[in-house]
Write a protein that binds this ligand. Sequence first.
Ligand SMILES: [Zn+2]
Length: 579
Amino acid sequence: MSTFKIRKITDSFHPSNKNSIDQIFEILRSHFSSVKEDKINEILEQMKDPIKYKFSSSIFVAEDNQANVKGFAIVFYMPDTNFCYLDYLAVNPEKTSSGIGGAIYERIREEARLLDTIGIFMECLPDDEALCKDKSDIKQNQARLAFYERYGARVIINTKYETPVKPEDDCPPYLVFDNLGNDYDLSAKNAKKIVKAILERKYPDYCPQEYVKMVVSSIKNDPVELREYKYINKNHKVEKHKAIKNRIPLIVNDKHEIHHVKERGYIESPVRISSILKEISKLQAFELKTSRSFPDKYILEVHNPKYFNYFKKVCSSFAEGKSIYPYVFPLRNATRPPNDLSVLAGYYCIDTFTPLNKNAFIASRAAVNCALTGANLLLEGYHSAYALVRPPGHHAERDVFGGFCYFNNASIAAQLLSNYGKVAILDIDYHHGNGHQQIFYSRDDVLTVSIHGNPSFAYPYFSGFSEEIGEGIGTGYNQNYPLKENINGEEYLKALLKAIKRIKDFKPEYLVISLGLDIAKGDPTGTWSLSATDFKNNGREIGKLSFPILFIQEGGYKNRTLGINAKNFFEGFLSTRIK
Ligand SMILES: [Zn+2]
């Protein structure tokens, strides 16, 4: 099978989505002649104004690597009645490749489960010759119903749903229900609400009120009856899925351990990851996902190629176990970089405690892959993801490394996401996210917000002041909240709420959180005193946000409480997470 990926589109006006949407409408026009031009405009209107239409619309699009659309589905989510409605599922007949339709439908079922809905409803043209004067499409209708039966989706029977609205209408559709493999019986009461919602919202101008009433009152069986399996063996087992609401895909950097600097006092150590993993796995909310590989070009959109090449080259030049630390810095003449690789370290670094060694590059490169995998999961429609990585990244700027960071994982992920809509980065590490600030300083499509110890006493000392607000068109799109030396959980929460307010006003499509846990009481690099309960409170506030959220691990060095604080943070997050 040729490769393709499925992406969820909620904003039809973003330029990068426009190309896909144009292709979708081209497919609709050329292959589904029954779809009229005003129908297409209506879909765009619906996406723009979910309040007016009382449902939110999403397009799931399957694309190959050249962004050719191979298939798509249009799905409505009706929160008041808690179901999904599949409006279209179409495969591009010119680019057919087996499995596309099934993959898209499986993705929609996953979405319906993530939203914790009772299931998916859809209309399918009948396979009953008695309902159709025109017999030519019966075979196609049979194939479609058989396709959905494989997922356990069956026709609702003994209602008047398949009554023509106008006498001249031929082949009136069935209503089909997929209960997502749960043993869920659809009550007559719910069915009435749902049928009313479908007819009124999907056909506001076509179905008269009397027609809607007639169909709704025809629902008498409780629970409603579903047609026996017709195309597959009735003992066919539809795969059952455990509830996956509140499930967070987790991507762990499996190459982090090789980056182990054993010098005394180097606190950015491998045990950090295992401490977090051990505790958060108790929540049973995380689903481990394999990290995928991404080309260097994603890094080069954020970091200077000269720095990238230097870092790669110098690391590969070391013998295993040997590290160098930067020791001369180009304060006097930055235009004349020295030739010697070890002297050059200071040209690309902001401090003297972040070493270069053979494994630093390999581990950092793998961490970037994890962050990009997380970003892609959001593009595919996951509501959140957590890249549990080290080395961290938020101190790495476009041209320089430092603060235990080499590649700016969160910024690289944000840059990828920014191709699909506005992005906010919220840095809640104890230390200022100078990398994010510097990388996006003159942009208005990526908002950077950081809450941290005031640089007058905290690393990185030279940035993070409140008057740094961005430049050019980026003015107003960088926001720093430098806090005093002694802060308790309550005071922290006040700053967090301000930051959240700023992000909500920005209305991003995606939120990337630089998740530092060094705000905790007793952290060797911090001065604050947040307890496990405070972490839970912080998570709770972030859980209330409705944007897809990508968490990227940054600092946090008090290993005894690190995992417990992470667990509490995510416990709070999940307790209020809006579906
Ligand atoms: Zn930190």
